[in-house]
Design a protein around this ligand. Structure first.
Ligand code: 4NP
Length: 154
């Protein structure tokens, strides 16, 4: 299965989710099941950039080295990937606008639907204009949801 994590800028949430998911795939011995784990953004403002320095700093403190370079999602990604994981309702709206065929939206899921320990959250909130605590929350939520998402994907 090829899996793509989506957020708005592809410099905070989705590169973090990508790396959290990759580590969980490795630690559960399922590397062969997931040959491609990637992330992309719905806007191209940060194309080519490493993740936001706050996200890299907070992620590094939790053992995640973020090396992804931001790229905008393409219509072709809807065909290439088997599972497309969005962070919030704004991502879903932009994905629907970009989707080349309505049926391809069946590949899209919302990461917060896989939360187990954080039942009050209906999205992975955008931390870009927030504090370091908001970046830490993104890590908490992604660890929770990615663990459950991985068990659901066979
Ligand atoms: P992300 O956060 O979607 O989690 O990467 C953001 C990054 C940049 C912007 C917004 C959100 N921005 O407006 O530039």
């Amino acid at each position: 299965m090829k899996i793509l994590f989506i957020c708005l800028g592809n410099i905070c949430r989705s590169p973090l989710a990508e790396e959290v998911f990759r580590q969980k795939v490795k630690s559960t011995g399922r590397v062969a099941d997931f040959p491609t784990i990637d992330s992309a953004g719905m806007i191209d403002y940060h194309e080519g950039e490493l993740p936001d320095h706050r996200m890299r700093q907070q992620a590094a403190a939790r053992g995640y080295a973020l090396t992804h370079h931001s790229r905008p999602m393409t219509a072709e990604d809807f065909r290439t990937f088997d599972c497309i994981v969005a962070m919030d309702a704004d991502n879903l709206r932009r994905l629907r606008e970009k989707c080349p065929e309505p049926e391809l939206m069946n590949k899209v899921v919302l990461l917060s639907d896989y939360l187990t320990a954080h039942p009050d959250f209906t999205s992975i909130p955008d931390p870009y204009y927030g504090t370091l605590a908001d970046f830490d929350l993104v890590i908490d939520l992604c660890e929770d949801a990615c663990a459950h998402l991985l068990t659901q994907l066979s």
